[in-house]
Write a protein of this length. Structure first.
Length: 295
């Protein structure tokens, strides 16, 4: 590899990935390696993650891999959008050094009988609706961490429960990777950017805006306590019956435990809902005041 190499380098094998990362480390011994794991179908939200990685590291690696082990029966693994050429172009535009695009057989050359269990945190909320999902996420991210050996990894706050699971995983398994949380990037109309947004029809896209409106209502009602805040969000969601809500909850931002009615302090309000055939998630961090508490 020379200084005149094409950037980004696109590699499909673990051996190739490790070789290029090692070569860049030898060329830039003071540089940290930043990592952004993705499932592709990249958009401006992913671009923000890559930009954040660049702020924290001199070498940036992006993976593009649709991980089968985090999809359950009947989910959209087979139809999940795959736009590799466009993904590589976005990575190039954002200045990534390496794009890792392994086939499934490279990531899972044998039956994966050893896995990472996400624990109770991974069994609530999304985990309850998608059993085994976070075990699949934790397992593939652990494998990717072993392959890339990054110093820092960037994940978006839109997938707040995933972020909490992976933060706990790195801490409890003593994985030497700094986890950086990047802010949710939204469309001009407020909808959180997601690769699955492209599934929405124009009508469904308009109905889906009830989700960010509900989160805004929760923020505005945070001084009414947990119950008042959730009631305001529920009122907003109920005005759009085409939004089929899976859950609307307020939880502790770290443990994801449910909050008592008299709680005061930071909380994360999470919504999961289906609009048409598309499942969407979103959340917001708020500061809750218990009823009767002045500030």
């Amino acid at each position: 590899m020379t200084a005149a190499m094409e950037v980004p380098v696109v590699v499909t094998s673990v051996a190739g990935l490790r070789g290029f990362v090692a070569a860049l480390r030898s060329q830039r011994p003071e540089a940290r390696v930043g990592f952004v794991p993705t499932m592709g179908a990249l958009h401006d939200g992913h671009a923000s993650l890559i930009s954040t990685a660049r702020e924290h590291a001199g070498i940036v690696v992006v993976s593009v891999f649709v991980n089968p082990t985090q999809f359950g029966p009947g989910e959209d693994f087979a139809t999940y959008p795959r736009t590799l050429d466009a993904d590589i172009a976005l990575c190039a535009r954002m200045g990534a050094d390496i794009v890792f695009t392994p086939p499934v057989e490279e990531m899972y050359p044998v039956d994966q009988t050893v896995t990472v269990h996400a624990g109770a945190l991974g069994e609530a909320l999304e985990g309850a609706h998608r059993p085994g999902h976070f075990d699949g996420v934790a397992t593939v991210v652990t494998k990717l961490f072993q392959m890339v050996q990054p110093d820092v990894a960037v994940f978006g706050q839109k997938d707040a429960q995933q972020l909490a699971v992976l933060t706990a995983m790195t801490q409890q398994l003593a994985i030497p990777v700094e986890i950086v949380a990047a802010e949710t990037v939204r469309e001009p109309d407020g909808l959180a950017m997601s690769s699955r947004n492209r599934y929405l029809t124009p009508h469904e896209r308009q109905w889906a805006l009830a989700i960010p409106r509900a989160l805004e209502a929760a923020q505005l009602a945070a001084r009414r306590g947990v119950s008042g805040m959730l009631s305001a969000a529920e009122h907003e969601l109920s005005a759009t019956p085409q939004v089929n809500t899976s859950y609307l909850v307020a939880v502790d931002p770290t443990s994801f435990d449910s909050l008592p009615a008299d709680y005061s302090g930071p909380a994360r309000v999470l919504i999961a809902a289906r609009v048409g055939r598309t499942r969407l998630i979103d959340n917001v961090l708020v500061e809750v005041l218990a009823p009767g508490v002045a500030r």
